[in-house]
Design a protein around this ligand. Structure first.
Ligand SMILES: N=CN[C@@H](CCC(=O)O)C(=O)O
Ligand SMILES: [Zn+2]
Length: 419
């Protein structure tokens, strides 16, 4: 008999998120989080081998003489959070922009003046590989401590080919060197660098960068900041069609600051996810639903931009758009690593229920980065990525905000972080 290496048992409430590995949950299914009371999960060789009540897992014979037992009585157990939209790799910080923001200078105006994304491009370029990795590792450690076990990581603070390749290489190295699994996205189309206009830079991305990025095999997704004043619908479409030709999977920053047909383009191109979407039109939302495009909502960004403007999440759920949640972790519009904070803002301002928010932060987030076959739910065969939350019930998760509810993080069956 093969025994489990680890069994977590007696959970007050275990949310398995089972049943949605083939396709993301949408509509009323986003509330179906597969609760087991007195729950247990067994893990062997990094993979889940059994999920059920403590009694069932015990009766199935998974507990042997060397099995490590963790008692989760009184606690909530969930899959590790998946953060499907981050710009976590960079050097430097932008706290100087706070006073500009408080004076009302718009985000894109700061960028136009050479600040914003372009200032992080400068600070990242000036930093050594070791400095970038050290600063990013600290953020990844914070993410892990707050329950994130898998995260997407975009390039985009390089902009020129060599710097973008360096960013993607560093993401790969960090993926190997620390516990959070990273999914790499090429986002050369993050801003237009000085010395270029949009058209020339789009030509450079399409003709020179993308073929080389694809040839090196360092990126799985391609993303574009599709926004009037940054990359137009036409430029975004050219870049994403080229990326698709080169077998990259597609994502889009769409309709964040202005309603400009980003959601409609995302649906037309059949991207895996369209992200931000604060200003998505009714037609855009309907088109996302028709095409099954996942809306990755970033409410911590809305909170931090401080304009009292949030994505129309309830209308999206109603229309049948599958929702995911992410931090957007970056030095400008969302300097946070905290998925628990995102869940709180999502409940209070996107008006999601705690169940919908949990679905959006786990299994639907896994779909948004094409990892739902491996993570995002507690089901047999998936990676043993499990959180023990020191809370008595699920409502408590968004309710008690500004602190860390995570007591222990299990990554591939091993304790990766604990209080
Ligand atoms: N909107 C574009 N990109 C990031 C912000 C990056 C930055 O400000 O450094 C975002 O998703 O919010
Ligand atoms: Zn972003």
């Amino acid at each position: 008999m093969v025994y489990a290496d680890l069994v977590i048992h007696s959970a007050q409430m275990m949310a398995t998120l089972r049943g949605f590995s083939e396709g993301p949950a949408c509509g009323t299914d986003m509330s179906e989080i597969g609760i087991i009371e007195d729950g247990a999960v067994a893990i062997q060789d990094g993979k889940i081998t059994a999920v059920g009540t403590t009694e069932e897992v015990r009766a199935d014979g998974w507990i042997g003489p060397d099995t490590k037992l963790i008692n989760a009585s009184g606690k909530v157990v969930t899959p590790g959070f998946v953060d499907p939209h981050t710009h976590v790799l960079y050097a430097g910080s932008r706290e100087n922009e706070l006073s500009l923001k408080l004076k009302g200078v718009p985000y894109l105006e700061i960028l136009k003046q050479g600040g914003g994304i372009l200032s992080t491009v400068q600070s990242t370029k000036q930093a050594s590989d070791e400095e970038i990795k050290a600063q990013t590792s600290r953020r990844l450690r914070t993410m892990l401590s707050m329950g994130t076990t898998t995260a997407e990581a975009k390039s985009g603070y390089g902009l020129m080919l060599d710097e973008e390749l360096r960013a993607l290489r560093l993401i790969h190295e960090l993926d190997q060197e620390q516990a959070v699994d990273l999914v790499p996205t090429f986002m050369g189309a993050h801003a237009v660098p000085p010395g270029y206009n949009e058209e020339r830079f789009t030509n450079y991305i399409v003709d020179e960068m993308l073929p080389q990025i694809a040839a090196e095999g360092l990126a799985e997704f391609c993303d574009v900041f599709c926004e009037p004043g940054v990359f137009s619908l036409e430029s975004s479409e050219r870049i994403l069609l080229k990326a698709k030709d080169l077998n990259l999977k597609l994502k889009m920053h769409a309709d964040e600051l202005a309603s400009a047909g980003g959601a409609e383009l995302a649906a037309k191109l059949g991207v895996i996810s369209a992200d931000h979407l604060l200003q998505a039109s009714d037609e855009g939302i309907a088109a996302l639903a028709r095409k099954g495009v996942i809306a990755v909502l970033l409410p911590a960004t809305s909170f931090n931009l401080a304009k009292n403007s949030y994505a129309r999440a309830r209308e999206m759920v109603q229309a049948g758009v599958p929702l995911a949640l992410a931090t957007d972790s970056n030095p400008g519009s969302s300097p946070t690593e905290s998925m628990p904070l995102v869940l709180t803002i999502a409940c209070l301002y996107l008006r999601l229920t705690p169940e919908e928010a949990l679905t959006a932060a786990t299994i639907n987030a896994a779909h948004a980065i094409d990892r739902a076959d491996q993570v995002g739910s507690l089901e047999v065969g998936k990676q043993g990525d499990v959180l023990i939350l020191d809370i008595p019930n699920l409502n408590y998760l968004p309710y008690h905000f500004g602190n860390n509810p995570v007591e222990m993080v299990i990554k591939r069956g091993k304790v990766a972080w604990s209080i």
